[in-house]
Design a protein around this ligand. Sequence first.
Ligand code: NOJ
Length: 533
Amino acid sequence: MSAKSEEHEWWQSGVVYQVYPRSFQDANGDGVGDLRGILSRVDYFEWLGVDAVWLSPIYPSPMKDFGYDISDYCGVDPLFGSLEDFDALTAELHRRGMKIVLDFVPNHTSDQHPWFQESRSSRDNPKRAWYIWRNPGPNGAPPNNWLSQFGGEAWEYDGVTGQYYYHAFLKEQPDLNWRNPEVQEAMLNVLRFWLDRGVDGFRVDVIWHIVKDDEFRNNDPDPNYHPGLAPARRLLATYNTDRPEVHHIIERMRDVLDEYGEKMMVGEVYLPLERLVTYYGAQGSGVHLPFNFQLIELPWHARVIADAIDKYEGLLPSYGWPNWVLGNHDNPRIATRIGAAQARVAAMMLLTLRGTPTMYYGEELGMHNVPIPPERVQDPFEKNVPGLGLGRDPERTPMQWSTGPRTGFSEAEPWLPIAEDYASRCVEAQRDDPHSMLTLYRRLLELWRREPALNIGDYRSAPAQGDVLAYRRVEGDSQFLIVLNLGGGAAVFSGMMPVGHVVLSTHLDREGEAFNGRIELRPADGVVVRLEK
Ligand code: NOJ
């Protein structure tokens, strides 16, 4: 679909769209989204103009962490449908020239996975060493001070065999022991299973967590911790994450993908940039794209973001392809974080920076976090650590399709509430509105597809002050200047630039305007200018 260059792979010149399957489209009327529902919306992906669809987990799961607790890596949970439904969706996406990316969750299984059931049954079970079992510390205490990401200790005592097992997340999500070659083989076979079925790539869950210190040393306190942060942040995660041996494991995953040709791995890595870029691996033997979460994590200030872009561009290895993302199922929606007006600026930034963009479903409508009444809370993180605003339900609410009942998502009451303002922030209301967020996204995606300078071109920063962020994208003799006002007041950009004209603006009302080296911006205004040769 995208303007292709022979030296670029689909995952470099394409746009990825994340679907949270529980919340996208319910076809069987149980209030939870499913694969048949997603299949019924393939027209929408095509119309919108995305290149790949990433599905959060669809595997059999007790749903303690809504699918990130997997009890069978090679199946589909009946809630979502069947393997046949999955094959039908894959075939339809492929028929339309789109790719399908699955979530691969290697760090932990469900405690209901047969591997763990065996492992916990006795100390001499052949699967004992598939998980991380340790003797109690003095007086029966946990083996060390590691904390669970979802609150409390990361160790659970199992009375049957008198040892503790490690879980970086819920106690129902025991961590696999990736130092064990049998685990490696079994999990690489999971990749092969799905690659044989035609998947085009994987988003790899918490990839920086999968190997732990072999001496199980205690973590030190984090001097920057303050109450209000997630409790696990009390300690630096020195010994339970980002261990050097992880790169060898990733290389093995990469080797499997490479056997299949043009496949892609995007790794979930929340680390500082200097550490993040190591996940490209030596000479590109790592993940193709270590997720770059800077636009999720940084304050929305032009100077901070300008510096971050330059730093990122500077740290990328020569073989490392960049990527950008504004939101996902674990973080507050961008429209809530920076407001509706700036969300349009963010959209323009996402789709004009150098690197693969990943969109989160509903971002294209300006969907915002939905307040969840206490009796409807679902997320275990919120239940374990209430009141800190860490719950992820608000960004997981149903996709907003129509102005009709339950916004066309389901015939039943959805598993999470629908936003009150859905009638104005839905596909039906926005698709023919020339000034809507959805129209802005479609126009940006159209431009991205058409213009190699925007999807694969070089990045050059441009000097700007105050709330203005400016940069150029260049490919051959095609050149664009992007000027964005991240502030709430008017601003002016003037630089030593050739002349040109505006091809797209965040307010969708400046197209065709001449650019003579200077441009005035209204609050939250942004423009893409085609520069003359
Ligand atoms: C990261 C996933 O994105 C998140 O949703 C999940 O809870 C944890 N990993 C545990 O799998």
